[in-house]
Design a protein around this ligand. Structure first.
Ligand code: HH2
Length: 316
């Protein structure tokens, strides 16, 4: 197996040139959308193969649900759910970029050994004090997410004075701690944690103000896929009926600066972000980085290509 640094090269080079798609693969019995579907080893592998064929850049393997109210899973059980699947995917698909979705340093350590090269930690490496050291020593890339509280308690009346400023400051602090622990800047991605200790309005504010988070200078990952705020905005639709709402958030997240999207529906997401990329990254009038490097609110977007009238040709 190649060293982690070499395996990360294609992913790191792609950042900024197009939106990367991270496919979710939960080997749990109880995840809010795919729980129980891929808990069996062969089904997990088949799903991995399908997501790769559909164009996933990264596979994010998780063995612990972090849905609101979820109880922690014992380490042994999380290892049992994730490590054999990661080993098998890494062996069968050596080009696949594998991420481990965990807050436990031991799970991350064994996953990195088994073939993962990204640690996706919803706690921003705050739940387990050894996590930063493990990631730094392995040369892993880390996704540092914002959460208020823990999955068990986070949706009990979350409150912020200024949600965007608070999330930005916390993410900045997470990144600084990671760098102090020896994780190089280019191996750090940040994530506002949609749905993690946030009301519907908090989630909308964070998405609208992605340019403010982007101004921290790190790639931004967004995870809106089939989450409850989408169901809420559509009159109470269940997770199975939240695909179109998810795709709407992806297109706008790309326009507002997202670099990576974490999704359950890889094919639909790839098609959506390709079009969004064509519009916002390659427009002859916007340059490659127009919407990507700004620290502005959507109301500043009046002159952006998104808000201009289309020409008759465009209306075909
Ligand atoms: N969301 C979930 C899990 N991990 N990681 C990041 N970085 N960002 C996210 O938004 C995010 C995440 C929740 O989704 P899912 O894995 O489908 O559900 P569950 O936690 O129930 O397994």
């Amino acid at each position: 197996m190649q060293a982690i640094t070499e395996r990360l090269q294609p992913i790191r080079h792609a950042i900024g040139t197009r939106t990367l798609v991270m496919g979710v693969l939960n080997t749990t019995p109880d995840s809010f959308y795919d729980g129980g579907r891929y808990a069996a080893f062969e089904r997990a592998l088949a799903r991995a193969e399908q997501m790769l064929a559909e164009g996933a850049d990264i596979l994010d393997i998780g063995g612990e649900s972090t849905r609101p109210g979820a109880e922690p899973v014992p380490e042994d059980e999380e290892l049992r759910r994730t490590i054999p699947v990661i080993e098998a995917i890494a062996t069968r698909y050596p080009q696949a970029t594998i991420s481990i979705d965990t807050t436990k340093s031991r799970v991350a350590e064994l996953a990195l050994h088994a073939g993962a090269c990204i640690v996706n930690d919803i706690s921003g490496m705050t739940f387990d004090p050894r996590m930063a050291e493990v990631a730094a020593q392995a040369g892993a890339l880390v996704v540092l997410m914002h959460i208020k509280g823990t999955p068990r308690t986070m949706q009990q009346n979350p409150h912020y004075t200024d949600v965007v400023a608070e999330v930005r400051d916390t993410l900045r602090a997470h990144a600084q701690r990671a760098e102090q622990a020896g994780i190089p800047r280019e191996n750090i991605w940040l994530d506002p944690g949609i749905g993690f200790g946030k009301t519907v309005e908090h989630n909308l504010q964070l998405l609208r103000h992605l340019p403010t988070l982007k101004s921290l200078g790190y790639p931004i990952l967004i995870g809106t896929s089939r989450k409850s705020f989408i169901g809420h905005l559509l009159g109470g639709l269940p997770p199975e009926e939240r695909l179109e709402g998810t795709l709407a958030t992806l297109a706008l997240a790309v326009a507002w600066g997202a670099d990576i999207v974490r999704v359950h529906d890889v094919q639909a997401a790839v098609r959506t972000v390709r079009i969004a990329d064509a519009l916002v990254r390659h427009s002859p009038n916007s340059g490659n980085s127009f919407p990507l490097n700004r620290d502005s609110t959507p109301s500043d977007c009046d002159s952006s290509p998104m808000n201009r009238d289309s020409t008759p040709m465009d209306r075909k």
